[in-house]
Design a protein around this ligand. Structure first.
Ligand SMILES: Nc1ncnc2c1ncn2[C@@H]1O[C@H](COP(=O)(O)OP(=O)(O)OP(=O)(O)O)[C@@H](O)[C@H]1O
Ligand SMILES: [Mg+2]
Length: 310
């Protein structure tokens, strides 16, 4: 199998319509030392002068490699990321892979990831999957609607993701022109168990890495009508996310599929721990106490009395 690349032929089937699916990439295209080596051996141009992709090296401990597709001389938000194992966290790849599946079920622009022929996993970038234009710049909370910010914080809460900072979020503008947030980098997942629904609601309203609480001050200066609108958007987003959790299905089944696709290298105990933590967080997020705690904190963030919030 030769990787044929020209202006019309993209690496992943489906890229023509901007919706790739890494799971459908022929094994021949990802076998070998690593995807990168394979592409090199096929003579695929991966530098800035190349026609189709540029590669960018991450600077974290895992040092991922990103491939961005180049279109008419411009770098697009489409491409994929190759992530080697994390020497400090054994279950990092399983965490990334299962969250990709579950994030997709929650409605975020994710597709299933897969292991390459070597040690790495290959994941699609949001630009392949998202409706609308995916920016690949820094996350900017002020460009994201409240709904997206709440959804992002809730997703990180659900999966117990540590390592949250503005570098681990993306934003994009969807087909309706609305700014959406997208959490990324799930290598340090399934780590946080919330002590109480109140503690989780505190986390969500601080927005984790969403630059703390500057927006509380900003909200105070807004009119009552505007604050009520924001409070409603936040409450609706919370309820919408809680309802979307019904699409997650059996977490254990998704985990089994990931572990099987990686050659069953994860211990049964490690797997059970991850599933248990997710299920415990889901149950907490579904509790009436969590919604009540959210209501109180949204009221405080918008300087409204809780009885003005539906
Ligand atoms: N699903 C995605 N969609 C779009 N871009 C992504 C996605 N995942 C990762 N990226 C891009 O790749 C970069 C590195 O990814 P990630 O944060 O997962 O790895 P990391 O190991 O923390 O690396 P680094 O420290 O270099 O950021 C991100 O900052 C982002 O620009
Ligand atoms: Mg990161």
């Amino acid at each position: 199998m030769k990787a044929v690349l020209d202006d019309q032929a993209y690496l992943l089937p489906g890229w023509n319509d901007r919706r790739g699916n890494i799971v459908k990439v022929q094994a021949a295209m990802i076998r070998g030392q690593s995807l990168e080596d394979f592409l090199r051996s096929e003579g695929v141009p991966l530098d800035l002068n190349g026609k189709n992709f540029i590669s960018v090296k991450g600077n974290s401990i895992t040092s991922p490699t990103l491939y961005y597709r180049v279109e008419n001389g411009k770098v697009t938000g489409q491409g994929y990321i190759l992530k080697p194992p994390d020497s400090q966290y054994q279950t990092a790849q399983e965490s990334e892979m299962v969250q990709s599946i579950l994030m997709q079920k929650l409605g975020f622009p994710y597709a299933a990831a897969r292991k390459d022929g070597g040690q790495s996993i290959v994941m699609e970038l949001g630009g392949n999957v998202a409706d609308g234009q995916m920016s690949w710049g820094d996350y900017k909370p002020e460009k994201v609607a409240w709904r997206g910010r709440i959804h992002q914080a809730l997703a990180n809460t659900l999966f117990g993701n540590a390592d949250r900072h503005p570098g681990n979020a993306m934003y994009y503008v969807d087909a309706d022109g609305v700014g959406q947030a997208m959490p990324i980098d799930f290598g340090r997942g399934f780590l946080h168990r919330y002590r109480s629904p109140e503690q989780a609601a505190d986390y969500v309203l601080n927005m984790g890495f969403d630059y703390g609480q500057w927006w509380r001050e900003e909200n105070r200066r807004k009119s009552v009508v505007e604050r009520e609108r924001i409070a409603k958007e936040m409450m609706d987003a919370t309820k919408e996310f809680i309802a979307a959790m019904d699409n997650l299905g059996d977490i254990s089944e998704s985990m089994d599929a990931v572990v099987a696709s990686m050659g069953n290298q994860l211990s049964a105990r490690a797997k059970a721990n991850m599933v248990e933590l997710a299920n415990s967080n889901i149950a907490m997020l579904k509790s009436p106490e969590f919604l009540a705690a959210m209501k109180l904190r949204i009221a405080s963030a918008t300087s409204l009395s809780p009885d003005r919030i539906a």
